[in-house]
Design a protein around this ligand. Structure first.
Ligand code: GLA
Length: 388
């Protein structure tokens, strides 16, 4: 299932801009991170879903060399040579995600020169739903289809991540790109970022996810994200020294080992690592809980996750805390900030038959606390695809 309205509109804008219909159209969804915060670049595990909102990417052949890319929402067109690794000027910052992907594809000999492109998406920007990863993945799927090339899905994810790291400046892990690629209709994706394997997990029928957006815009490239990543790497190195063995990443340290040695390493690194090590543990236990249909216990892990985000990783902000508390008060099974943090959305797990009521109540409670979020049900959806 893809967002048909967006696909139709994107093709219409392409036709209006370039005077010709696109011959290739791809679609890639955004994501919500359900559990496993900042675990991906620590080679840990996560639960996520692809969502029912995404980006469409259209391509048609052009007589001119180079790439023209139109952002459908603002109707601006940027032009670039996909084989150079220069970033585009600030005005066309949005096009760097596309350029990055095309650059890394061209490095692998997959060249789409002489094309006109358009993208359009339904993912609200800055909502923590990975609109940038969706754009990168949609770009890769479209170029591969247009050039008739096949690439392993893992490689597509890694390449899209490289575009985000080096062209957008956020040293992110692979969670967003993998979620967009491996999405499952009505299911969760359980990813292991050491083996790079993903497993579809059935979501019990009687629960749904809500996405609550307090509309505090953010970009991770301007946040302490990269600094947190460095703290985690420092903690892993120092814990390895304490344990007298090679600790490649925080994934290699159990909760028990961490508790025994945390006071002997850099205090700030230890504080950040607390969140990550407990998160990895929660995801592992969560797999079993979901398999047994124990949704209330699983939901509690979401609350626990938000708590260590707030106190140890310090990637929450007041508006997100208000939403999580409101969700708890309104009867959600669990709620937590979803994604990098310092803004973005809260993901809540609720009983399906109470979802509408809880949405309303969360909004009401938040209004009383000075914020006006929007809340909606999320339909876990299929991953990226070529639709034309
Ligand atoms: C962002 C990053 C991901 C991941 C999450 C936090 O979404 O892009 O790689 O690190 O934050 O879990």
């Amino acid at each position: 299932m893809y967002d048909e309205k967006v696909a139709e509109q994107a093709q219409k804008i392409h036709q209006e801009t370039y005077g010709t219909e696109p011959t290739t159209v791809s679609y890639a969804p955004g994501r919500i991170e359900v559990l496993g915060n900042h675990t991906d670049y620590n080679e840990g595990t996560t639960f996520s879903t692809a969502i029912n909102m995404g980006h469409c990417f259209c391509i048609s052949k052009s007589d001119k060399p180079g790439v023209r890319i139109t952002a459908g929402d603002i109707r601006e067109t940027a032009e670039f040579d996909p084989e150079t690794d220069e970033r585009l000027e600030k005005k066309y910052q949005w096009a760097n995600y596309v350029k990055g992907v095309m650059y890394y594809l061209s490095q692998q000999g997959i060249k789409a020169d002489g094309i006109d492109c358009t993208f359009l998406g339904s993912i609200p920007m800055g909502a923590g739903l990975s609109s940038s990863a969706a754009l990168e993945v949609a770009t890769a799927f479209a170029v591969l289809a247009y050039t008739g090339t096949e690439l392993d899905k893992k490689e597509i994810g890694i390449l899209a991540q490289a575009a985000e790291n080096n062209f957008a400046g956020c040293n992110c892990g692979l969670l967003d790109q993998f979620s967009s690629i491996y999405g499952v209709h009505h299911g969760l994706i359980h990813s292991d970022f050491r083996t790079l394997e993903t497993y579809p997990v059935k979501l019990p029928d009687d629960v749904v996810f809500l996405m609550i957006n307090p509309h505090i815009k953010h970009t991770l490239a301007d946040s302490p994200y990269n600094a947190r990543r460095m703290s985690c790497e420092k903690a892993a190195k120092e814990l390895g020294e304490q344990l007298g063995r090679n600790v490649k990443a925080l994934r290699d340290v159990s909760v028990e080992e961490f508790l025994a040695h945390k006071d002997k390493i850099d205090p700030e690194a230890a504080q950040r690592a607390t969140h990550v090590i407990y998160e990895i543990d929660r995801v592992e236990k969560g797999v079993k809980l979901l398999a047994e249909g124990k949704v209330a216990e699983f939901g509690q892990y979401l609350f626990d996750s938000h708590e260590t985000s707030r106190t140890a990783f310090e990637n929450s902000i007041e508006a997100l805390d208000i939403v999580v508390n409101a969700a708890k008060e309104a009867g959600a099974l669990g709620a937590r900030l979803s994604g990098g943090g310092w803004g973005g959305s809260v993901c809540a797990l609720v009983h399906a038959n109470k979802a509408d009521e809880i949405c309303q109540e969360i909004i009401e409670i938040c209004k009383g606390k000075g914020i006006e979020p929007t809340a909606e049900k999320i339909i876990p959806s299929e991953g990226a695809q070529v639709i034309k």
